[in-house]
Design a protein around this ligand. Structure first.
Ligand code: AMP
Length: 302
């Protein structure tokens, strides 16, 4: 039986009871409208923890005016059934007024890791994400919390928040779950028309092609490799493939998220993060690749 909890009071009481039994608590925060990406996070938590809490909360303070807060897909009945069949026993679904009662005013300010990529396009987004995640961590007091690599910048920002604020929770990274044609699963994919859905996997293809070029260039120590041109080629591929515009396509360090503006900066990085956000119709999709540069290959010609 799955239990739907809507108040903070009941969530805390339930957690207290679980902890008295000596069980560890796993937590999967979400905005709902589940797909297999969410379900994988839940299954992993269930496997690794004594009890698992999943939250569904479409967090208004992480949306900018003019974004899709009002039309963000919601279906609690469907979500409840999916979570129950994955084995989840506790769903925490608070109302906005429960999380942000009148007079609520505090914000967590995410640092420089939040300044580029989605943070640049969506001002205040990561402050809103950090604030709600910190609140949820304080309510649920999880031992482990599961986040998807699909939102890699978010994951790194949350890892840093947990470290900087001495939060006791362990943040667990989970691989991006994809559709058969490569499209990263996302609740926002439900916005796509059939034609847009057909074109959408080009985002993953563009990232993969850029990744292959970088790995190949690494093989010859990035001699004559021009990042800017390689990025421009993939942006052109996206717009030719039906994307209306590319918000960003950038190459950065997977650790510091510092952008690599040239081959020299790229060659000093152990891990690479290719980050992309692009518009297809009215829908903004994001995706990424995180990979290591094989230093053995890079140095093979020395
Ligand atoms: P959301 O409901 O979109 O806010 O996502 C809730 C959690 O699920 C976040 O940690 C996301 O990174 C994760 N997530 C979303 N899509 C995927 C995916 N395709 N694969 C793995 N994790 C995902």
């Amino acid at each position: 039986m799955i239990k739907i909890i809507t108040t903070i009071h009941e969530a805390v009481e339930t957690i207290n009871h679980i902890k008295k039994l000596g069980l560890s608590v796993g937590f999967v925060p979400t905005m709902g409208y589940f797909h297999d990406g969410h379900i994988e996070l839940m299954k992993r938590s269930i496997k690794e923890c004594g009890e698992t809490f999943v939250s569904i909360f479409v967090n208004p303070i992480q949306f900018s005016p003019g974004e899709d807060l009002a039309r963000y897909p919601r279906d609690l009945e469907r979500d409840t059934a999916m979570a129950a069949s994955a084995g989840v026993k506790y769903l925490f679904c608070p109302e906005v007024s429960e999380m942000y009662p009148e007079g609520f005013q505090t914000r967590i300010s995410a640092g420089p890791l939040a300044s580029n990529f989605c943070g640049a396009s969506r001002p205040g987004h990561f402050d809103g994400v950090c604030t709600v995640v910190a609140k949820l961590f304080n309510i649920i007091t999880p031992d482990r919390a599961y986040f998807g690599m699909k939102d890699y910048q978010q994951l790194v920002v949350i890892e840093k928040m947990a470290e900087d604020l001495n939060m006791k929770v362990k943040i667990i990274r989970c691989e991006t779950v994809r559709e058969k044609d490569g499209l990263a699963m996302s609740s926002r994919n439900s916005y796509l028309s059939p034609e847009e859905r057909k074109a959408a996997p080009a985002l993953k293809s563009a990232i993969e092609k850029l990744k292959e070029e970088i790995i190949a260039a690494g093989g010859s120590k990035f001699k004559d490799f021009n990042i800017e041109k390689a990025v421009e080629r993939q942006k052109a591929f996206l717009t030719a493939g039906g994307f209306k515009g590319v918000d960003y396509l950038k190459v950065a360090s997977a650790d510091t998220l510092k952008e690599a503006k040239n081959a020299g900066e790229l060659s000093s990085m152990a891990g690479v993060f290719i980050a992309a956000a692009a518009f297809i119709g009215k829908t903004r999709l994001i995706d990424n690749a995180v990979f290591g540069l094989d230093k053995k290959t890079v140095n093979a010609h020395e």
